[in-house]
Design a protein around this ligand. Structure first.
Ligand code: HEC
Ligand code: HEC
Length: 457
């Protein structure tokens, strides 16, 4: 079969990229808006050291399970790369013909550095959306497999490879231990962000979180599940507090982060792409305004959003995230450069979790801060939330609004750890799907109407 013009052009674009200019420029092209510059910085500027290099990534298949490894061995380099992207939850960059991942900065020397999109850029219905939580990210698996392949390639392990032997990255696909990365990094800084030798190790409660969608940023005054941090560009900087970034380097990057914050501010939620029964949704809006709006705000022409911080005993969702940050940690944050030395509103003892905005809620499954609930239907039926669930493919589920899942009683025996991470097990530490029982006050008809309304937000 002869290739189509499109296939030819695509092949050509891959070729030019393989030998084309490396993405080494450290400053964005002229004439961009601050938001466009922010996006450029996330994609192209490495703020943290590389975790592995191109060669390591391209050879990771050598440590895959046998069946997959044999398949990869037979595959062309392009197919193999697609397989690796699929296995680790990486996607192409939207609107670019390059073969670079959205989720990593690839430097001129071929180093792969994590960027914000590692966790905050994902795919929905076949469309890559920067700012959508990366629900397919297998951070633990990519970390383990790139580490395992380095000795086969006669490459030295990095200090970070060793550290990550004992520091969990995320035990379920799509969620990460990111909050504890921050705690660990901030522990070794004083208020001016100088690196200090501390003999007390940080208090770490490892647990996984589902990243929130970035299109909420514009609505928020306080950030994170418990809202303890006031929104500002400095609040985004802990990401780069690895030891090798001294205080000068962090301050020099401040204006980049102003642009990155402008990019986050510019994002709006995606619109529900399927049919909506508008009459039913209008009935659902009445239900919503009576039962949900007091916490989640109102939507439509005159939206309001002043969320309460709901005490942990009342909300009843998993308390691990709430407990995991110590008063001491929050206090140190409050007094540091990151919070402008106490000028910002840092809440050192939040009562519980903040009610998040629900704009674009149809697109950001799984639900709750720990990502324990696979669909909005399950949010509305607390007693029927699965104890164990696994996605069955990446297709969207418009009936239940969220993921398509299977809900086995137990995961199959003898699964390799990488496969087991596809199963969300609510009995694990920090992964409870309990609480938020407000929908119990509704009738079956009201829930059907409410689900329809939630699609419109
Ligand atoms: C390893 C995964 C990971 C990376 C990398 C990461 N984040 Fe996050 N991010 C998270 C998680 C998880 C949360 C939720 C934390 C919480 O609520 O306690 C979060 C929360 C946030 C929030 C708060 C959103 C809200 O609605 O409250 C912002 C803003 C944010 N991240 C921006 C960034 C930026 C900017 C970068 C890059 C400089 C970045 N993140 C890198 C995982 C990550
Ligand atoms: C008393 C305040 C309160 C009321 C009333 C309330 N919620 Fe919530 N809601 C919250 C809080 C707090 C969270 C975050 C809990 C967590 O992540 O652990 C939340 C989370 C959610 C989420 C998950 C959001 C996400 O991004 O994962 C959805 C969906 C939701 N609520 C819908 C509703 C609906 C629909 C109603 C009305 C039937 C409702 N809520 C009533 C406080 C409330």
């Amino acid at each position: 079969m002869r290739p189509t013009i499109r296939q030819l052009l695509f092949g050509l674009s891959l070729l030019t990229l393989a030998w084309g200019p490396p993405s080494s420029a450290q400053s964005p092209p002229e004439g961009l808006t601050p938001a466009e510059r922010g996006y450029w910085y996330i994609l192209n500027k490495a703020y943290v050291p590389a975790d592995f290099d191109q060669d390591t990534f391209d050879n990771a298949w050598r440590v895959w399970p046998e069946a997959l490894r044999l398949q990869a061995e037979q595959a062309t380099p392009e197919e193999r790369r697609r397989m690796a992207f699929h296995r680790y939850g990486l996607t192409p960059r939207p609107g670019e013909t390059s073969d670079l991942p959205l989720q990593y900065v690839v430097t001129a020397s071929g180093g792969w550095s994590m960027n914000c999109f590692t966790c905050h850029g994902g795919e929905l219905n076949g469309q890559v959306l920067p700012g959508l939580p990366n629900t397919r990210l297998a951070l633990q698996t990519i970390t383990e497999e790139t580490r395992q392949v380095k000795p086969l390639l006669k490459k030295q392990l990095l200090a970070s490879d060793i550290a990550k032997l004992i520091f969990p990255m995320g035990s379920t696909v799509g969620t990460t231990n990111a909050v504890m990365f921050g705690v660990a990094l901030e522990n070794y800084r004083d208020a001016d962000l100088n690196v200090v030798a501390r003999f007390t190790p940080p208090q770490l409660t490892h647990h996984d979180m589902d990243a929130p969608p970035w299109w909420h940023f514009r609505k928020k005054k306080q950030l994170y599940a418990d809202g303890f941090v006031e929104k500002s560009h400095r609040a985004l900087i802990p990401f780069m507090l690895v030891r090798s970034n001294g205080p000068e380097k962090v301050r020099a990057a401040e204006s980049d982060f102003q642009d990155i914050a402008a990019f986050l501010e510019s994002l709006t939620p995606p619109l529900y792409p399927y049919a909506i029964d508008r009459k039913l949704a209008a009935r659902g809006e009445v239900v919503f305004n009576a039962h949900c709006a007091q916490c989640h705000g109102t939507y439509g022409d005159n939206p309001e959003y002043n969320p309460p911080n709901v005490p942990i005993a009342e909300i009843g969702t998993d308390p691990v995230r709430w407990k995991a940050l110590s008063r001491n940690h929050r206090q140190n944050y409050a007094q540091s450069w990151l919070a402008n030395y106490g000028q910002q509103n840092t809440i050192v003892e939040p009562a519980g979790y903040l009610a998040p905005p629900l704009d674009g809620i149809w697109a950001s499954a799984p639900y709750l801060h720990n990502g324990s609930v696979p669909t909005l239907w399950h949010m509305l039926h607390p007693d029927q939330r699965p104890r164990i669930w696994k996605r069955t493919g990446n297709a969207y589920n418009p009936e239940q609004v969220g993921f398509l899942v299977e809900t086995p009683e137990t995961p199959p025996d003898d699964l390799a750890p990488a496969e087991l991470r596809n199963y969300f097990r609510t009995s694990q530490f920090g992964k409870s799907a309990a609480g938020h029982r407000y929908p119990e006050a509704l009738t079956a008809e009201e829930k059907i109407a409410l689900l329809e309304y939630l699609k419109t937000l």
